[in-house]
Design a protein around this ligand. Sequence first.
Ligand code: A2P
Length: 316
Amino acid sequence: LPTHFTLNNGKKIPSVGLGTWQSPPGQVRDAVEAAIRAGYRHIDCAWGYQNEHEVGEGIKASGVPREEIFVTSKLFEFHHNPEHVRKAINHSLSRFGLEYLDLYLMHWPVALEPEVKGDDLPLAPKKKANGKPQVNKDLSDNVLPTWREMEKLVDEGLVKSIGISNFNIRRTRALLKECRIKPVTDQVELSFTCPQPDLIAWLKKNDIVPQAYSPLGSTGASHASLKEIDTLAKKHGVEGANILISWQVARGCNPLPKSVTASRIANNAKLVNLTKEEVDELEKAALSQQKKRVCDQSDDFDYDIFEENHPENNDA
Ligand code: A2P
């Protein structure tokens, strides 16, 4: 299995990265340090996870030079407008204590109206009367004005690459038509109960690397002990997590397993060479599962993020 994927701008991304979503405060620094010591060279993070400062500390504590580590962060939903992109990246960089990021993603295709207080970076969304965050429909339906500001960050060297997250085919296609710099990745939920083969095929056809968040089934790693996974794990003498992570790499996706447990972090970096038959069997078994998305805020926002029934999402 590949140790790296090549992005559409020629840069390389390590094929497994440490996820940090839902890593509790106070544990992320040690998790990042443990991961780098165990050989990881790719850490996935986001402004919204509120742990960039700990990730930065973990990187420093590892003693490994900055340029050897691939660091990702993401533009949060209430910073998703042309005016706040620069403030948001500067805030992220200063929290990490880094001069540049390897990858900066538009975290969601949804732009939330920010609660603006003076010139500072907004720290909360504006709320509607019903308490739900207010979506900026124009900037969500057309992300280009925000993307243009992200493109400038590449020009200036503040970030090496830019990408998207939680984008479906329709939204990605619309962005590809107009962008100057193409997104290098689309980071989406990809797991045994959310395999999304059509989206993956479409992204690969368009030279965009699919990145997999929640590859183990999210909190509790609910997929690692499923019968199909366990049988293969026993056959290869590994843990269920290794099968799930290796399967994602084998199907050309970039898994970002989250753990704050040093032994699991070290274990999860070990890829298993699955046979083509095993990969095909896993693909088939995944498709037969009841589809389950762990992460979907559509109801919270009264906005259809994934547009599952939109006809333009079905022509992969
Ligand atoms: P913890 O962080 O306490 O070690 P995902 O990557 O799909 O979001 O899954 C994250 C969940 O999987 C976390 O609850 C994490 O627990 C758990 N986890 C990570 N690696 C393993 C492993 N090798 N075996 C079992 N559970 C794991």
